[in-house]
Design a protein around this ligand. Structure first.
Ligand code: GSH
Length: 201
């Protein structure tokens, strides 16, 4: 399998962590894609949205987005299960995962605001709006941090990747006043070697 990704991508990091947990990372070749280009025809041919990660299966099928890829990797073997197969447990993981993915998206939009807009074009209103989403989501998780199962589920992989991205691109400001989340991430890092192995660069 071929994974189109980038070392800094938190969405790609979720996939890499999942692949390691599922024991299939050695079956994946990773190709680094530069998403700052607006005319990446090769990437567009694989994903019309021109976003990474994209997983290209051995039969040439392209899979995106990151959650779909994680579900695919999870489907390759029954255990360890990253997504609960059914019931309330599944929807709890999907919902928590959506919250973490939303934090990632807002954090990425804050980066793009600076990357793709000149200083005159930038909107404080827009940036504040994204920051408010991050703050509100993390406040919810701070009051109810995930419980650690035997292996991490998708929502925990997504949360750790989101917090790692906030550390990497936003100076770790999320840590102010969030002792429960800080402790949770330290615990995750200690239990899941794949987290350190996929540190953004
Ligand atoms: N919902 C997508 C989001 C992926 C995403 O936004 N990736 C970023 C890199 S971290 C990207 O490709 N950005 C390029 C763009 O938005 O044009 C997923 O989960 O895979």
């Amino acid at each position: 399998m071929l994974l189109l990704s980038a070392p800094a991508s938190p969405f790609g990091r979720k996939v890499k962590i999942t692949a390691r947990i599922k024991g299939v990372f050695d079956q994946i070749t990773v190709e680094t894609i530069d998403t700052s280009r607006t005319d990446n025809h090769a990437l567009r041919a694989k994903n019309p949205l021109q976003k990474i990660p994209v997983l290209i299966l051995d039969d040439g099928t392209e899979l995106y987005d990151s959650r779909v890829i994680c579900e695919y990797l999870d489907s390759l073997s029954p255990s360890p299960a990253v997504f609960p197969p059914q019931g309330r447990a599944r929807f709890d993981v999907l919902k928590r995962g959506a919250l973490a993915d939303g934090v990632m998206e807002a954090a990425l939009l804050l980066v793009y605001e600076k990357r793709f807009r000149t200083e005159e074009q930038r909107s404080t209103l827009w940036s504040d709006r994204q920051q408010a989403k991050i703050d509100a989501a993390l406040n919810v998780v701070e009051t109810d941090p995930p419980k650690f199962p035997v292996t991490p589920d998708y929502s925990q992989i997504a949360l750790a990747s989101a917090l790692g991205y906030l550390d990497f691109r936003h100076d770790g400001r999320w840590r102010d006043g969030r002792p429960a989340l800080i402790a949770w991430l330290a615990d995750f890092e200690a239990r899941v070697p794949a987290f350190a192995e996929t540190r953004p660069a």
